[in-house]
Design a protein around this ligand. Structure first.
Ligand code: DLZ
Ligand code: SF4
Length: 516
């Protein structure tokens, strides 16, 4: 009897993967492959590459230790594979298999390729659902069907009911409210100590991967030094445990705060930095939520922290994935504002006088990580205000963050940060002036611009860019009820002030290397 060939992709590193269900260890073969095509279709950050390959190698070892046969192609083999298709073709040439079993990939591009394999390889391909999400594609589509507008909040309430997370005995939300978002926006007291990250020094296999990445991908944006990510399930669990014990109690209150600090990693404050572990399968989302809930029930963390954490995972994370599959492939090309500006060069160098951007891009370059408000309200907000091309911005985010897989990155960038879908994801653009950044961070205190100045060479560019964005897109945004107040303010601005805003914007955009 010929066995089955079972493919495990780089972000499918969980023993309970649907592709492995019913496996016959005596006859079936698991295939994993480090391939050039996946490493370069965007120029991933070297730390991201190091993380994926090291986690893949450790997972292959764990599968072997559990008694499975694994064919593993490495990029430093004498004959490495260029693509996943080539890895399958070569494995099929090495032995006979009756069928290929795959868990549906998280990216549309790759799913389309997998769907072509039955014809290409002349054998049945069993594409199984990715059940490491709590809401299936079909369930999300059914939820979305017939709704006038999709809003995360209503989806999230359904997910709370479905999972039973943070529900009181009568089925009402714990504490009386579904959402404690208003208690997630605390401004940070200057001297409050943060617990620091859980660091894992690279073991021998990881060091070998890092040397390979340094040699093969020397021109990708980002530093390899200081690699401290977990690459095994047990270390990812230890990192999460560290977060639960030391950071979760304050996570709720200071979730949106940002702080400039001396260390190479910037200051991650009370964030977990676990998205990369969740997204490749080293941590289980529901288990993580249950753990956060248990901390609340034990009286060790406040409700706004447990709820804020759980909302990110069963709310936002599942919601963006639902939107991705609902809207692809068209979603990759949306451009509501017809924004065409190339991404400024400093997104790749970090060399800019705008201190908030310098800090966030610099931290991203060093660590392949920034937290949600750094991504949304600093780099994302800036890209929105200058009218940067959504596809270029999306490519940047996909390349530079270790946790970025397209299903999560694309809706967050084009839908949430850039409003390029015209309002499918968010009810209004997350545009903000320097006042917001000044309130939520200490970046402005070390900036050559002044967040209190509205116009002129010393003024914070976010200030005039914000108003110019509203003026430029008046036709598309004027009718949005959530923008009624800023438009009323804008209408009252004297003409001379409006002209100064337009002039400052024109002058600033010229410094980005493009005509305004
Ligand atoms: C992101 C990534 C990278 C860098 N390398 C590989 C690889 O060599 N082999 C592999 O199987 N997967 C890799 N991945 C993940 C895929 O590109 C892709 O993002 C996900 O499988 C989509 O769900
Ligand atoms: Fe950023 Fe403006 Fe603050 Fe400078 S003043 S850090 S540019 S928000």
């Amino acid at each position: 009897m010929s066995g089955a060939l079972r493919l495990v992709l780089g972000d499918q590193l969980t023993p309970h993967l649907s592709a492995l269900r019913g496996i016959d260890p005596a006859h079936d073969l698991i295939l994993m492959a480090e391939v050039q095509a996946e490493a370069t279709y965007v120029r991933h950050h070297p730390k991201k590459l190091g993380f994926f390959f090291a986690a893949m190698r450790h997972h292959a070892e764990a599968l072997r230790a559990a008694g499975h046969r694994v064919r593993y192609f490495r990029l430093d083999d004498t004959m490495p594979c260029h693509s996943l298709g080539e890895a399958i073709a070569r494995t099929l040439a090495e032995g006979r298999y009756g069928r290929l079993i795959v868990t549906a990939p998280g990216e549309w591009r790759l799913l389309a390729e997998v769907e072509s394999w039955a014809a290409r390889f002349g054998l049945p391909v069993d594409i199984r659902p990715d059940d490491h999400f709590l809401c299936t594609r079909e369930e999300f589509a059914a939820w979305a069907n017939g709704r006038k507008g999709l809003r995360m909040e209503f989806f999230y309430r359904d997910m709370r009911r479905r999972t039973g997370l943070l529900l009181a005995a009568d089925g009402a939300p714990e504490g009386g409210s579904w959402n404690y978002d208003a208690e997630n926006r605390g401004a940070l007291p200057e001297a409050i100590p943060a617990p620091g990250l859980f660091r894992v020094p690279p073991d021998d296999e990881t060091c070998a991967v890092l040397a390979l990445v340094a040699e093969r991908f020397p021109d990708h944006f980002g530093d390899l030094e200081g690699f401290d990510y977990a690459v095994t399930r047990s270390n990812a669990e230890a990192a999460f445990e560290h977060f639960c014990r030391h950071a979760l109690p304050q996570f709720g209150t200071y979730q949106d705060a940002m702080r400039q600090a001396g260390g190479a990693e910037g200051d991650v404050l009370f964030h977990a930095r676990i998205a990369l572990y969740l997204n490749v399968g080293l941590l289980d989302p529901l288990q993580a939520c249950r753990r956060a809930e248990a901390e609340y029930r034990a009286g060790r963390v406040p409700l706004n922290a447990a709820e804020g954490f759980i909302r990110q995972i069963i709310g936002w994370r599942e919601y963006v994935r639902g939107i991705y599959w609902l809207k692809m492939p068209d979603y990759a090309a949306v451009n509501y504002f017809e924004a065409r500006r190339p991404l400024p060069d400093f997104f790749w160098s970090g060399e800019t006088d705008l201190n908030c951007l310098r800090q966030v891009i610099g931290q991203t370059k060093r660590t392949a990580y920034a937290h949600h408000i750094q991504r949304l309200m600093v780099t994302g907000n800036f890209a929105l205000l200058i009218g940067a091309d959504p596809a270029a911005v999306a490519e940047w985010y996909l390349a530079v963050y270790a946790d970025a897989v397209e299903w999560v990155e694309l809706p967050n960038v084009v839908g949430m940060a850039l409003f390029a879908d015209g309002g499918t994801m968010a009810s209004k653009p997350y545009a903000a002036s320097g006042t917001y950044i000044d309130k939520m961070s200490n970046y402005c205190r070390r900036c050559r611009f002044d967040p209190a100045k509205k116009n002129g060479p010393k003024a914070c560019p976010f200030n005039y860019l914000y108003w110019d964005f509203l003026m430029r897109n008046r036709e598309k945004l004027r009718g949005n009820p959530r923008l009624a107040i800023p438009y009323r303010t804008l209408d009252k601005l004297p003409e001379a002030r409006q002209a100064a805003i337009a002039e400052d914007t024109r002058r600033f955009l010229k410094t980005l290397g493009e005509a305004a």
